[in-house]
Design a protein around this ligand. Structure first.
Ligand SMILES: [Zn+2]
Length: 344
């Protein structure tokens, strides 16, 4: 049974499904997306596992809104079980994706400049056509602008901050963005409409220029998307590529085969967009890998190609300088060197 509720993260009107037998509270929020998080909302931060200020921001940027997936912090065993059910056809809420505090904290911007860049990218993603305005409701805006909704008292218990404090923090960010000529308000006098619950803004050319630059270089990014065939026969290859990228100081993003099949093309493309460069192994002539390489090249991302020396490369990509490997043991060192020579 679905009932209307307020989202515990952002206070939007949301839907709640309670399944008492499974001790489950499943929320669908227009801002935070689909979540089944075990939160003890009144207790100390170490007991709730998340910094709720950071969690709200994480969810507005990464939440599952339309895709058939949801975040959960239940045990990994539970996630595996439900994943299995999902593949058998029991798709009640969709595919669970495990979320813990570490993931949220790794994602959360470490600097003010990094926050600003994320905000600009968010605006860019949410405007369909250049020049159109963007309306954001208060709940969404606070999460997008990294506004802290809670203070933590000396016992680590979250204490809600007043609406005035939230608004002035949001105004500070908006005014900064305006001073940098990134945005302008379409509501005269202040940022807010008369009822004070939404803003209407326009993104200016300076903002688009910055977005273009960020998407090309992803200046803060250490993510590297790996395109290859995933399967039991490629475990060694996967580990070798993983090692080479890590040793060069980057973070490999490997989306396993199951996820490739079940979802989520937009998700996948977003990973490529957010990567600094892409590593592709063409040994298995895998269509997905060719597609992902092409997409990355279209975005102007550097691509490093690998291929087993016994495989003949498709003529389109054969021109490109490729690491031709004989055994998987060759890969880590050669890949690391190539990254250092061509990317750093
Ligand atoms: Zn929410």
């Amino acid at each position: 049974m679905s009932e209307q509720c307020k989202c515990p993260m952002c206070n939007s009107n949301a839907w709640l499904d309670v399944d008492i037998s499974a001790a489950s509270k499943f929320y669908s929020c227009p801002v935070c997306g689909r979540i089944d998080l075990q939160l003890n909302l009144d207790t100390r931060i170490d007991e709730v596992q998340f910094d709720r200020n950071h969690l709200a921001a994480f969810l507005v940027y990464n939440g599952y809104k339309n895709e058939l997936a949801f975040y959960t912090n239940r045990s990994k065993e539970w996630v595996d079980k439900v994943k299995e059910e999902f593949h058998k056809g029991n798709r009640e809420h969709g595919l669970p994706v495990y979320l813990d505090n570490e993931t949220v904290e790794n994602w959360y911007p470490k600097t003010f400049a990094e926050k600003i860049d994320r905000i600009l990218l968010y605006f860019g993603d949410h405007i369909k056509h250049v020049g159109e305005s963007l309306t954001l409701k208060k709940e969404e805006l606070y999460s997008v602008l990294f506004v802290d909704r809670f203070d933590y008292d000396q016992f680590g218990k979250p204490v809600e901050r007043g609406n005035g404090a939230l608004k002035s923090q949001a105004d500070f960010m908006l005014n900064y963005l305006k001073d940098q000529s990134y945005i302008k308000s379409l509501t005269s006098a202040s940022w807010w409409n008369t009822s004070g619950d939404e803003i209407n803004l326009q993104v200016l050319p300076t903002c688009y220029a910055r977005i273009d630059l960020l998407q090309k270089n992803n200046t803060h990014g250490k993510d590297v998307f790996v395109a290859m065939k995933f399967g039991d026969d490629t475990t060694k290859l996967r580990e070798a590529i993983h090692k080479g990228i890590k040793n060069a100081g980057y973070k490999p993003i490997l989306i396993d085969e199951v996820e490739h099949n079940e979802f989520i093309i937009p998700e996948l493309l977003k990973h490529i967009k957010d990567s600094k460069f892409v590593v592709v192994d063409l040994t298995h002539q895998n269509n997905g890998a060719y597609f992902e390489e092409g997409y990355a090249m279209g975005l102007g991302k550097p691509v490093i190609q690998l291929c087993k020396s016994t495989t003949k490369l498709h003529f389109d990509v054969a021109q490109k300088n490729t690491i031709m490997w004989k055994t998987e043991e060759d890969i880590p060192e050669r890949l690391e060197k190539r990254i250092k020579a061509t990317i750093d």
